[in-house]
Design a protein around this ligand. Structure first.
Ligand SMILES: N[C@@H](CCC[C@H](N)C(=O)O)C(=O)O
Length: 276
């Protein structure tokens, strides 16, 4: 089968985006893993499969796969690339698009400047909703990982996040500790591990060791989770610039029960066709 795709990125978090509206596509986890190989395949952090919605009031459905082949619930940078993709491919001319994900509908909007703002939905904190093994809900929890005790906040942005505050992201042991947290037994569905440095009440630096992909240059849901965790810990105010390795995002959150808004760029690098 010939598969047409676009190679895209959001701040260097890179994607292969596939049109499942006009092509009929079923990919196995092994095929996704092979396509994701940076030497023998195309290479990407996540593959996004765009298809027709299940419910008529929505515009599209999109499914997200990590480069280890596993399907996940949500992807912030991917949501922005999704909007640019359906616009560039002329699958819609709407500016505000309702898209079904594995964890509900999100509503990204393409701004006139070319950036995309996404309503990423309401964050959740109850251990069962992450899922995270804990006796009761708390703002933060001590966790043993890679021979140290770290203090993490847990946040579900549809997908699971564990965020810790560090003095300096440049020297934080992201690979070692991130890997240990990602597959820690207290996270039965694994987790994305965020390392956040507070620069000011409206500015952070962030690195994320992503579940199923390793450290990426940026993680949209990770940025949302970090800002929400920082606000709940009393360290940040409601609108924050997040400096990721690949560039900046703006994250806004009005507090408990409110949705998180994420604004940032989405770029098409090239289009192609590959045999699968
Ligand atoms: N890069 C993403 C998140 C992708 C999914 C994540 N690795 C998971 O397993 O939950 C983003 O921009 O949010």
């Amino acid at each position: 089968m010939k598969l047409k795709f676009s190679k895209m990125h959001g701040l260097g978090n890179d994607f292969v985006v596939v049109d499942g509206v006009r092509q009929s596509i079923e990919l196995t986890p092994e095929q996704i893993k092979a396509l994701g190989d940076r030497r023998f395949g195309i290479g990407f952090d996540q593959l996004l499969l765009v298809s027709a919605p299940e419910r008529p009031e929505n515009d599209f459905r999109y499914r997200i796969f990590n480069n280890d082949g596993g399907e996940v619930e949500q992807c912030g940078n991917g949501a922005r690339c999704f909007v640019r993709f359906v616009t560039e491919q002329r699958l819609t001319n709407k500016q505000s698009i309702r898209v079904e994900t594995a964890k509900g509908v999100i509503v990204p909007k393409l701004d006139k400047s070319g950036t995309v703002t996404v309503d990423m939905g309401v964050p959740h904190f109850a251990p069962a909703q992450i899922p995270f093994v804990a006796d009761k809900e708390a703002i933060s929890y001590p966790l043993e990982a890679a021979g140290r005790t770290v203090e993490i906040s847990v946040v579900s942005m549809g997908n699971p996040h564990a965020v810790q505050v560090v003095d300096d992201v440049a020297t934080a042991p992201v690979e070692e500790v991130g890997k240990a947290i990602e597959s820690h037994p207290r996270f039965p569905e694994r987790v994305n591990a965020g390392f956040m440095q507070i620069v000011a009440r409206n500015e952070i630096r962030l690195r994320v060791y992503e579940r199923g992909a390793g450290e990426t240059l940026a993680c949209g849901t990770g940025a949302c989770a970090a800002v929400v965790a920082g606000i709940r810990r009393g360290l940040l105010d409601g609108a924050v610039t997040v400096h990721a390795l690949g560039g900046d995002l703006t994250i806004e959150w009005a507090g408990e029960g409110a949705p998180v808004l994420m604004t940032g760029p989405a770029v098409t690098v090239f289009t192609g066709e590959i045999d699968v």
